[in-house]
Design a protein around this ligand. Structure first.
Ligand code: APR
Ligand code: ZN
Ligand code: ZN
Length: 364
């Protein structure tokens, strides 16, 4: 089968024939039909998010189950699925208390670039190729743990549903799960890419009345309005904290989301947050990135909280997001600025880098 392989950091993906082993116990083979192009893939390619090499990136996929391995009970061939990059064991401390994205048994294994038994199904001429996020969905097929499959109805278009696999769940979930945004409140969202736009639409869904979108690119601010931003700020032109205060009776916002992954913009989000308010960090920073805040400001009961995968319970939250989409209450179509073939995946990365798209989707 064809897959996009990263052999060396900061080099183009090689779209080529690779071998894919059959699914083992509790694994399934999924025919990938579409895969969204997320900044985290770009971060893997450039070493900001670390992965053993070679690796096939891709973690925002959807497709059709083709074959199930032994002991599989959750899905069967023909099922349409969104792929979750957060498999969970269901019985560790974190799973038991309702935070499967923190599952202690799965997270350590996933970072090693393998599937849950520690081995890889991908190879080329006998050379091992690693999995990204347990999915590696820049490929025609993927062998994934059955717990990574979230079944969705057949009538849902898979080239839109794939977006729920990362950007939509991460963004909307940060607003409605992590921050639990309340109706009538104010929110600042710094970074209006594929994930940030979903934080914005999550805040709108939750009933925030002031949503201030922040980005250095004006085209992103235009997208932001479409997704529910009530105000926009380009910090290259306008003073961010001043504008936020002027829109919030001088207080600062109830919530401020950082959706880029930079220490500097996390500090900006914190500065925009009112006393007792919450700064939510959604962006995935490089390991060496740090944040400096005035310690005395904690006396104002300000909170900083990280958010991973929208604090989701994938098998509960993703079907709900799909249901909202099918009822015209969640925008997915509007996220897809462009589609590409797998052969054009490097062009999709360039478009992401240049900020030309809200999201692009690789359609197999
Ligand atoms: N100030 C304001 N906006 C900025 C700045 C900055 N200093 N730097 C970058 N941006 C904007 C870009 O213009 C772009 O619109 O941040 C946005 C990032 O969007 P994408 O590249 O589409 O990234 P996305 O896929 O949304 O991911 C954002 O979330 O899941 C994580 O790893 C992912 O850290 C990444 C973040
Ligand atoms: Zn992603
Ligand atoms: Zn667990």
């Amino acid at each position: 089968m064809k897959a996009a392989v990263l052999y060396e950091l900061s080099t183009p993906l090689q779209v080529e024939e690779v071998d894919l082993d059959n699914p083992k116990s509790k694994e399934v083979r999924v025919k990938i039909t579409a895969n969204g192009v997320c900044h985290s893939d770009y971060s893997i390619i450039h070493g900001v998010i670390r992965s053993p090499l070679p690796v096939v990136p891709g973690h925002e996929g959807a497709g059709i189950v083709e074959e199930v391995g032994p002991d599989v009970t959750m899905v069967q061939p023909g099922d349409h699925v969104v792929l979750s990059f957060a498999p969970y064991c269901g019985h560790c401390y974190y799973c038991a208390q309702g935070s499967p994205v923190l599952c202690v048994n799965m997270r350590t294994i996933m970072g090693k670039g393998a599937l849950l038994d520690g081995t890889c199904r991908l190879s080329k001429n006998g050379q091992k190729i690693h999995h990204a996020a347990g999915l590696s969905s820049y490929a025609e097929y993927a062998v994934v743990p059955e717990i990574a499959c979230v079944k969705i109805p057949h009538e849902v278009p898979l080239d839109k549903a794939c977006l729920v696999g990362c950007g939509v769940m991460t963004g909307v979930g940060a607003a409605i799960n992590t921050a639990a945004v309340r109706p009538g409140t104010s929110a600042v969202v710094i970074g209006c890419g594929g994930v940030g736009l979903n934080v914005i639409q999550g805040c709108a869904l939750a009933g925030a009345s002031i949503i201030i979108a922040v980005d250095l690119m004006d085209n992103k601010l235009e997208y932001a309005k479409e997704f529910g931003a009530t105000h926009t700020v380009n910090p290259a032109r306008d003073d961010l904290t001043k504008t936020v205060r002027s829109l919030t009776d001088g207080r600062g916002s109830d919530y401020a989301f950082e959706v880029i992954g930079l220490g500097k913009t996390i500090e900006q989000a914190y500065a925009c947050t009112r006393q007792g308010g919450s700064t939510i960090v959604v962006g995935a920073p490089a390991r060496e990135e740090t944040v400096t805040i005035p310690a005395f400001s904690l006396l104002n009961e300000k909170k900083i909280q990280g958010s991973v995968y929208g604090s989701s319970r994938p098998h509960v939250d993703m079907p709900r997001l799909i249901e909202l989409y099918m009822n015209n209450k969640l925008k997915l179509d509007e996220l897809v600025t462009r589609t590409y073939s797998l052969d054009e995946v490097n062009d999709a990365m360039t478009a992401l880098e240049k900020g030309e798209v809200a999201r692009s989707v690789v359609v197999m």
